[in-house]
Design a protein around this ligand. Structure first.
Ligand code: FEO
Length: 163
């Protein structure tokens, strides 16, 4: 049986992962508008990955005999029309996800909820990778942008993400 506060926080995290998917879906649409199909593909895959994260938490709650409570998903307020700003926004967002995962982990630690701690270990590692990916995308942009056809080459590179 899971701790009640942890159940509430995990339910909130389901919503936040879905909100993450919504942010990346909005980025996908923005990149399509900019004619950057490689970036659009990268963020389409990312949006699906965020839904997988939500599903992973849902499954954990259900497997533990708890209910999943779906809530409204907030509209991403940010204007998305600039590549560099979107890349930086992605990193800022991933840092916010990391903070939330750490907060749940600390709470589970305090409440000695060992089952949730074990479950959350995967998310700790995943967030290291998520922040790295966001930083790498910023680096790639800066590496290519100075050269002729830089953005087109960066877009080609982004299109190579595997599902
Ligand atoms: Fe589900 Fe990008 O963290």
């Amino acid at each position: 049986m899971l701790d009640k506060k942890i159940i509430m926080m995990l339910n909130e995290q389901v919503n936040y992962e879905m909100y993450s998917a919504y942010i990346y879906h909005k980025m996908q649409l923005a990149y399509e508008d900019l004619g950057l199909r490689g970036y659009a593909r990268w963020y389409d895959i990312q949006a699906k990955e965020e839904m997988d994260h939500a599903k992973r938490i849902e499954n954990f709650l259900m497997d533990s005999g708890e209910k999943v409570c779906l809530k409204s998903i907030e509209e991403p307020a940010e204007t998305m029309d600039d590549v560099e700003k979107m890349l930086k926004l992605a990193l800022k967002h991933e840092k916010s996800v990391t903070c939330k995962i750490h907060a749940i982990y600390r709470e589970a630690l305090e409440r000695k909820d060992i089952v949730s701690l074990e479950f959350l270990n995967w998310f700790l590692s995943e967030q290291v990778e998520e922040e790295k990916n966001a930083r790498d995308n910023i680096q790639l942009y800066h590496n290519y942008i100075g050269c002729g056809c830089g953005l087109m080459n960066a877009d080609k590179k982004m299109s190579q993400r595997e599902e």
